[in-house]
Structure formats: C-alpha cells, structure tokens
Ligand binder design. Structure first.
Ligand code: THU
Length: 128
C-alpha cells in the first residue's frame, strides 16, 4: 500500500527541475478515494520562486478536485531521510491535517510518522 505511494513519489522525483541545487525531491499524496497526486521540486533562476515537491503535490491535488488527503510520501536521495521544510509542513497541515507522512530514500529506507509529530502546536484556521 505504501509502496505504490513511494513509487509514485520516486517517479515524480525524476521530473524535478533542480538545475541550481541538484537536489531532487518527489512527493505523492493519496486521497480517501485512493487517487494519487504527485509533485516534484521546481526551481527558478530567481531562487526564491522555487517550489518544493510537497507543495507542488498539494496544490495539484487541490486544483484537481482531490477528496480528503490521507497519506503523503516524500522521496529524496539522502541517507538521512529528508523531511518536509517548514513552509511545506504548514501547507501540508492546512490541507492534509494530521495525515500519515512516509519518508523514503532510493535505497529502500523508509519511515512513517504522523504530521503532528514533526509539526506540533500548529497554527491553523481554528485560531481565526
Ligand atoms: N526541497 C523540496 O522539494 N522538499 C523538501 O522537503 C526539501 C527541499 C527542494 C527545494 C529546493 O529545490 C531543493 O530541494 C533544495 O532545497
């Protein structure tokens, strides 16, 4: 079950546009109907306009009419598994809530956690 999501993230990673950092990341998100939405990091010569793989995947899912987002996989080629950056944690929380987050690398190492474990005491719409 997780393997299909990780494979989708790996395939997305291959499509990363990362000519400046050389650091390719892939993400895949599954909704409650089982649909999978993928994303890769897309860099820009102005650097600050770069978007991470996770946010690409979330925005694609939302714009394509995904249902409730249940699980997220992130793949990078690092021995220490790459976690989402701070900005992506905020966006993931907004759209996925306390979803399962699976981190994986290209050597088959993987780890699963809940988003709240790496993003405690989140600010969200409940405060507004
Ligand atoms: N990056 C991601 O896409 N996701 C992460 O979780 C960490 C960082 C990207 C942004 C940039 O293109 C490159 O990795 C180096 O920071």
């Amino acid at each position: 079950m997780n393997s299909a999501l990780i494979e989708a993230a790996m395939a997305a990673r291959e499509r990363a546009h990362a000519p400046f950092s050389g650091f390719k990341v892939g993400a895949a998100i599954q909704d409650e109907q089982g649909r999978i939405f993928t994303g890769c990091n897309i860099e820009n010569a102005s650097y600050g306009l770069t978007i991470c793989a996770e946010r690409t995947a979330v925005f694609k899912a939302v714009s394509e009419g995904a249902g409730k987002l249940k699980r997220v996989a992130v793949v990078a080629d690092t021995e220490v598994l790459t976690p989402p950056c701070g900005a992506c944690r905020q966006i993931l929380w907004e759209f996925c809530g306390n979803a399962e987050l699976i981190l994986a690398n290209l050597s088959g190492k993987q780890e699963s956690m809940m988003l709240a474990e790496i993003f405690p005491r989140a600010f969200d719409a409940t405060f507004l």
